[in-house]
Design a protein around this ligand. Structure first.
Ligand SMILES: [Zn+2]
Length: 424
């Protein structure tokens, strides 16, 4: 059986760092199990986070061995930030300290059922302060499995300022057995506050090479080699996206519809039509992705509230229930908005790939196209637009992504983009 780092594609350096840190963490635990008087002050952690938790009854390990209380995993979407964080969490809980993939610690962490590992996956547009406070409180408790309390925060760039401050306090004075693993696109101050950053060790992940992505699709998912190669290139280094393209016909159909956009832009009317089609496709995709969870949550809440009860007290209970249902609906709307934006962003990334292909062809750059199946169309575009025109179009797509990220209404941003794509 492969170990817990096996799915971290093309990130050898990061895996190396994490393996060493897990071994160091294990040594800290072993030292703690055998009380030692040789180093009463050291806790075996690197100086980065050491200042506030001196005096723990642990023995020292090599100070350069690389364990600390707070980590940030950075990298482009799909590079495997959360995969890396989860694998590291498993290695920390591993009975052998290696992330063997077989022991109960590894197994329960990887399947999401370990009692001392909490994965925070924001469903809405941000992670609020109440959620963070509750999390910090639980993270301070003694690990029930006797190893570490691990908190993984995916998309830590979506922390509200107040939530970030609550987290910072916990990172500044970490409980001795608590480890925070944050995931963010980068360490830019827009993504993560400078003060949090200064308390964390950074594990940068790169965009994995298409060959590495294709290899894992073949090995792990049983995808045919030629399909794997195509999907890995089309997904532009995004491992999860590559897997979906390789395995989900609906995802392939959506991608084809997006890549049909450039040849449909024949006039102003067509540009607006294309904008509508893109928005509506993203909405439909998002709706499909959250519908099941929405219905299940609502049913669970109604059951918990005893909906339909007629006994004494039912009227009062229903008044409270109305408030809870309202809260749930608010959370679900926030999640739906997020899902729509994510779907739209995937479409824009595909579209950007097309114009990038046109640009590289116009420049006669010796690089492989992103979308092999629309390479001929991109070649025709390259001839018609020249490098400059292709670049302007690529920039229009990237500007649209940035505008949506900055909260411009998606329809407005997409319409502006389609007009630029048509006019050039
Ligand atoms: Zn293990």
């Amino acid at each position: 059986m492969p170990d817990v780092f096996a799915d971290l594609v093309g990130q050898d350096e990061a895996v190396d760092t994490l393996r060493r840190a897990a071994a160091a963490a294990s040594a800290v635990l072993r030292a703690a199990a055998v009380p030692s008087t040789t180093d009463a002050a050291g806790d075996g952690f690197d100086a980065l986070a050491e200042e506030s938790d001196g005096g723990q009854p642990t023995a020292a390990v090599d100070a350069g061995a690389g364990m600390t209380h707070a980590w940030i995993f950075t990298g482009p979407p799909g590079s495997g930030r959360s995969v890396a964080a989860r694998a590291f969490a498993a290695a920390l809980q591993c009975a052998y300290g290696t992330g063997c993939g077989e022991c109960p610690g590894c197994h329960t962490t990887m399947t999401g059922t370990h009692a001392d590992v909490r994965m925070v996956v924001p469903e809405g547009l941000s992670i609020g302060v109440n959620e963070m406070r509750a999390l910090v409180l639980r993270a301070a408790s003694t690990p029930s499995g006797g190893r570490w309390q691990v908190v993984v925060i995916e998309d830590a760039d979506r922390l509200t300022e107040a939530a970030g401050n609550a987290l910072l306090k916990a990172i500044e004075e970490p409980p001795p057995r608590t480890v925070f693993l944050l995931c963010a696109p980068s360490t830019h101050p827009d993504d993560i506050s400078v003060t949090i950053r200064s308390r964390c060790r950074v594990v940068p992940l790169g965009q994995p090479a298409p060959e590495a992505v294709a290899e894992v699709l073949v090995r792990r998912d049983g995808v045919a080699p030629d399909v794997a190669r195509w999907a890995a290139a089309a997904a532009q280094g995004h491992v999860g996206r590559a897997r979906r393209l390789a395995r989900d016909p609906e995802a392939r159909k959506r991608r084809e519809a997006v890549l049909a956009v450039p040849r449909r832009l024949t006039g102003v009317g067509a540009a607006f039509d294309a904008a509508s089609a893109l928005i509506e496709a993203a909405e439909a995709e998002a709706e499909a992705s959250v519908a099941e969870a929405d219905a299940a949550e609502r049913a669970a809440l109604e059951t918990a509230l005893g909906a339909g009860g007629t006994g004494r007290g039912a009227a009062g209970a229903m008044r409270g229930a109305a408030g809870q249902l309202k809260d749930l609906e608010k959370r679900q709307r926030s999640r739906a908005t997020r899902a729509q934006r994510d779907a739209l962003d995937r479409a824009l990334v595909d579209l950007a790939g097309f114009y990038r292909d046109a640009l590289t062809m116009a420049l006669r750059a010796p690089v492989a196209p992103v979308h092999t199946d629309t390479a001929a169309l991109a070649g025709a575009g390259a001839q018609k637009w020249d490098a400059e025109g292709a670049l302007r179009r690529l920039e229009a797509v990237l500007e649209c992504r940035a505008a949506i990220e900055a909260n411009v209404k998606p329809r407005i941003a997409v319409e502006a983009m389609m007009l630029s794509l048509w006019k050039g």
